[in-house]
Design a protein around this ligand. Structure first.
Ligand code: CA
Length: 225
């Protein structure tokens, strides 16, 4: 069992690492948001313990960005006993939270529960018609043929596929996939969608990605008859 601890406070990070290792877990520590996100995306962890207040990128942004590609269980550490913080964390995709200061036994109990539960089954393989996405191996197939996507294209497709049938605005797509807000006059999203279509749809008679004029994009199997 591997745990990633994303915590900038050296004493807390060291204490968590030591305690979790003594409890039989392999532990990696990241000291800031960007480093934590990279490890969380590139390595396989059973649970991520994530502090909210972090340099570089806060815990909310880390979990939100991570959720476009990974379903690793996240335990949020919040310093404030603030209901809004907890709700926000859970809405963005955290699985549980703990208010600082906490007793180590309490943290260990939560980590064990999350590790046992594992990531939700449906997030490992996303299917829409003959499109298959293996989220952990980061592989995409259509009609059994492997399609190579860049990491960004993969995130974009995953967002659309996970929310199939739901029209997503350019702003929504931009904030999930690029983690940024930009003016609606930029065409970053359109360009990315066009590239994705050439890979996912162009060689197939049934199109999955549809433009909803004036609104955004939706991925769905449409009855074309
Ligand atoms: Ca902190």
């Amino acid at each position: 069992m591997r745990i990633l601890v994303i915590e900038d406070e050296p004493k807390t990070a060291a204490y968590l690492k030591k305690g979790l290792e003594e409890s039989g877990y392999a532990v990696d520590v990241a000291n800031d948001g960007p480093q934590g996100l990279i490890l969380a995306q590139e390595e396989e962890y059973d649970v991520i313990v994530l502090d909210v207040m972090l340099p570089g990128m806060d815990g909310w942004t880390v979990v939100k960005t991570l959720r476009s590609t990974r379903a690793t269980p996240v335990l949020f550490l919040t310093a404030r006993d603030d209901i809004d913080d907890r709700v926000r964390g859970l809405e963005l995709g955290a699985d549980d939270y703990l208010v600082k200061p906490f007793a180590f036994v309490e943290l260990l109990a939560r980590v064990r529960t999350l590790a046992r539960r594992g990531p939700p089954r449906e997030s490992e393989l996303v299917k829409v018609g003959d499109l298959e996405m293996d989220v952990y191996r980061r592989r995409v197939k259509r009609g059994g043929t492997r399609i190579d996507l860049t990491p960004r294209e993969f995130s974009l497709l995953q967002l659309l596929a996970r929310r199939q049938g739901e029209v997503l605005s350019r702003t929504q797509i931009a904030s999930y996939v690029w983690d940024m807000n930009f003016d609606s006059d930029t065409n970053v999203v359109e360009v990315a969608i066009r590239r994705l279509r050439t890979k996912i749809d162009d060689n197939f008679p049934i199109k999955l990605i549809h433009t909803v004029r004036g609104v955004g994009y939706v991925l769905e199997l449409k009855d074309t008859a």
